[in-house]
Each structure stands twice: as C-alpha cells, then as structure tokens.
Write a protein that binds this ligand. Structure first.
Ligand SMILES: [Ca+2]
Ligand SMILES: [Ca+2]
Length: 248
C-alpha cells in the first residue's frame, strides 16, 4: 500500500515537473520614455512581455492585462501598436472592466486584451517583445504616481495564455512604473525653479547628449528644453532658449 502510494506520488510529481519544464513564464514590464514628466506633457509606456524560460522564447496565444493608474494624476490617451506584435486583435475592448467606453478608459483601470493571429502563437523572447505602447498625459504634480499591472481586479485577472497548453496562465512577474510629475517650466533645465544663466550648461547637455542629461538630471524633464515648442529638443531651440534667459 505504501509502495503504491509512493509510486502515485512520484508519477504526479513527474507530471508536474514535465509541465513546468515545458513552459516558462512571461514577465510583463514597462519601458517608459520618461520617468519624470512636466504637467501637460505625455510619456509613452512601452509594455513588454519577456520570457524567463532559460531555454528561450515562450509561445503566447493571447493576453489579458489589467492596468491601473491614478486618473487624478495621469490621463490615458490610448494605446499604439506601432512596432508592436502583429496581433489579430488588440486594445481595451468594449465592455467588462472597460465600462466607460468609448475608448480609452478614463476611470483609472482597464483591461488590455490581445489575441495572436490564427496562423500561430507569438514567440515571446528572453529579450522581450513589445505588446503595445500606452500613452499617458501628466495632469498634476506629484513625487510619484504608479501605473501598475495588478494580478486581479473586480473579478478580472491578468493572464498570459500559453501558445502550447490551452488555457494555461504563464504570466510571471507583473511590473509597475512610477512617474514623477513636476511643473512644466520652459527653459529651467537644472530644475531649480527659475530660468537663468545657471541653466545654460544643462541646456547644452540636453541638446548635445540627451542620455547624459537624463543621467545628470534624473528628476528633471528634458522637454523643458523644447523652447521653440516644435516637439523636439535640439539646436533649433537655442535662439528661443537665449530669449528666455535674457527675458528672465
Ligand atoms: Ca533653472
Ligand atoms: Ca524644439
């Protein structure tokens, strides 16, 4: 009796091990265009699926991803599939948690859904594939506001569906992204609250080496350098920046 019980346990454990070894998990993570934003400015939050399977990519048939944010701090402007996986269907589909259709949800929570093409599952690699990009606008100053992926909310669940085992949830870790929101003061490149000659070095760094600027001023907003308001920070902003310094 003891021997048969042990044998059954062994078989059950082996079956579980086989399932686990055949399927890794897919982590969901944000890769934001900025972590500090001026009020009224927008950031693109790229949502990536990343396989944690040491053997390589993980086939995915579909995703249901809950997203929450503070609607007093940031506004969801929509999602953009540019450069993302070529899903059959993707978006904040009408109904359910997305009760405030028309699109996009504005109440601080939504359920993003995507289905792979009929031709086969999506290969989620260990370096990650872009699921979609959510665009948010900053509304109100705050030290930190979180855009999160909860596991469950109001009876809905974040799931990454395996492309090989029907209905198997292979979601792994669920990332969140903290955004700092500061006043939008054009030309205040060192973020000390005033526009003066002490902003010159930071401005030059912003237009010559944006990555260096972000490292040197992680709590500031490089878009303060878009002094001519054409949407980019570059040498064409120099004249307008000088006007701000002289005028300030
Ligand atoms: Ca300044
Ligand atoms: Ca500009």
């Amino acid at each position: 009796m003891l021997r048969s019980y042990t044998l059954v346990t062994y078989i059950v454990l082996c079956a579980a091990c086989a399932t686990l070894s055949a399927t890794g998990a897919v982590n969901l993570e944000w890769r934001p265009s900025a972590r500090t934003l001026g009020v009224g400015r927008t950031a693109n939050l790229e949502l990536y699926g990343v396989s944690d399977d040491p053997n390589g990519s993980e086939p995915v048939a579909a995703v249901d991803i809950l997203v929450t944010w503070d609607p007093n701090r940031v506004e969801l402007l929509g999602c953009d599939g540019t450069g993302a996986v070529d899903w059959l269907v993707a978006g904040f589909l009408s109904g359910g948690l997305n009760e405030n259709f028309p699109y996009p949800p504005s109440d601080g929570d939504g359920l993003f859904t995507a289905f792979a093409q009929f031709s086969g599952p999506v290969d989620v690699t260990t370096s990650g594939v872009l699921i979609t990009t959510l665009r948010f606008r900053a509304l109100e100053e705050c030290d930190s506001t979180s855009i999160a992926i909860p596991k469950t909310l109001s009876g809905y669940t974040t799931k990454v569906y395996s492309g090989t085992v029907p209905n198997l949830d292979i979601s792994g870790t669920l990332g969140s992204c903290d955004i700092r929101i500061i006043p939008y003061i054009l030309g205040d490149m060192n973020c000390d609250g005033v526009v003066d000659v002490f902003d010159i070095d930071a401005f030059v760094l912003a237009i010559t080496n944006p990555g260096g600027y972000l490292s040197a001023y992680p709590l500031c907003d490089i878009e303060r350098g878009d002094c001519n308001q054409d949407g980019s920070v570059d040498v064409f902003d120099i004249d307008a920046f000088v006007d701000l310094i002289v005028g300030g």
